[in-house]
Ligand binder design. Sequence first.
Ligand SMILES: Cc1ncc(COP(=O)(O)O)c(C=O)c1O
Length: 502
Amino acid sequence: MPQLHPDLPTAEFKALGHDVIDLLADYYAGIEAAPAFPGCKPADVAALFDAPPPEQGESAAAILADWRDKIIPNSSRQGSPRWFGFVNGSGSQIATLADAMASTLNPNCGGWRASPAATEIERRTVRWLAELMGYVSECGGVFVSGGTMANVAALRVALCAKATWNVDMDGLQSRNGAGRMTVYMADHETHVSMVRAVDLLGLGRSALRAVPSNADFTIDVQALERMLDADIAVGMTPFCIVGHVGSINVGAIDDINALANVAARRNLWLHLDGACGALGGMLPELQPQLNGMVRADSVSFDAHKWLGVPYEAGCLMVREIAALRRAFAMQATYLLPAKDNEYSGDNYFDYGPQLSRSWRALKVWMTLRYYGAEGIRTFFRQTIVCAKHLHNLVDTSDDFEVVQPSPLLYIYSFRWAPKELRGNDALLDELNQQISDELQRRLIAFAMTTRIRGRVTQRLSICSHRTTTADIDATFQAMRVIGQELLATTTAHHPERSEGPV
Ligand SMILES: Cc1ncc(COP(=O)(O)O)c(C=O)c1O
């Protein structure tokens, strides 16, 4: 009988591993020169992999050849210095290797006995990060897939902590439940992950109350107070305020201390969605904005964004570890293989939504150790310098328009708006979208658009430690050139379209 999945002899495994490392090293060596987006089309990519399931095993060499010839040429390089899409981390090399190491040991980080060292590393990593970010170092914390799951988990913790009935038994259906449980967040920049959270928890989307935001996109705290009063007056039960620590489009940071005051006065949970920016707590220069973070009941952030570790590495920190346990601890006879004794440690399945869990913390732990806090601060600062440089280019130009304050973080939105077309918003929307599309099509950089106060804008997330101000200059200049070409075509074919507001 052939053995199922026979292991390779050690020498062959090493040789295969070296081949893999060669491929990875080649990828890194070419990352600056290669286009960020490969410019491939869905049907062509589908055709490349259109094969029946393999009946017989293949050589590793054949599989690796596909990596080189089919996968890499049809992959976006999110580690590219010109990748500005979404909020994607650039991939730290040490963390890439950590993923292979984590997979080799393959601990199930749900149960302590299945992951003694891994559990301790997760606990230690959370603690290190909390200390470095200026959060509560004794907090409870758990790695999850990303910012979305961290927000889902945070709302579940908040709900369990603030509901006056047994949420575990009665869910949201309790007859004793006092009114609609509601959550409050600034209207302009509410990330879709919060919508996912209220969906998954069955709160319903109308439970997510959109609070007016100020001109700088932060939550209007007085409007929040008025909305809370009005909602309570009609029988709703507010239980949670969600503050932004780095909003998705403009990197806005809410007035955390003001939100903490409101939450404390009204006995509400304060969760900070810091997916993009909470790690900024590591920077002394951001303390004026972030020193209130320590007062939040929970904070979420993504190590797979600014910290640059490979997917997936979201994290939720909760001030009171008991609150995390209260929301997630589960009992099942098959989960406790032996009586409590000296070999019983903390089971992470009691602290988060997953039972079986991969070892996400290892890549974060190794990244922190490898670069050190000071190395990471340097890299964070470099991205902020790039964002501020971009703001300066926009601010001093006459063909681009500033739409947000000078960036505090690494996310920046702005608009192409030459003098001839100012006021013609519909046309500017169309052309800004075309500029972004064309930038991708010409393989110059990968940037995306968003809408700010209803208008299409360029949006760059400058999240890569490989990006320099030269990349920003080149991208900005390319946008300008594309814009001029579009303007020439537009005014040549439709002179009436450049004539002011429509
Ligand atoms: C503010 C904010 N919250 C949550 C998320 C969701 O994070 P993830 O994509 O890791 O689920 C994002 C993602 O960009 C975000 O910007």
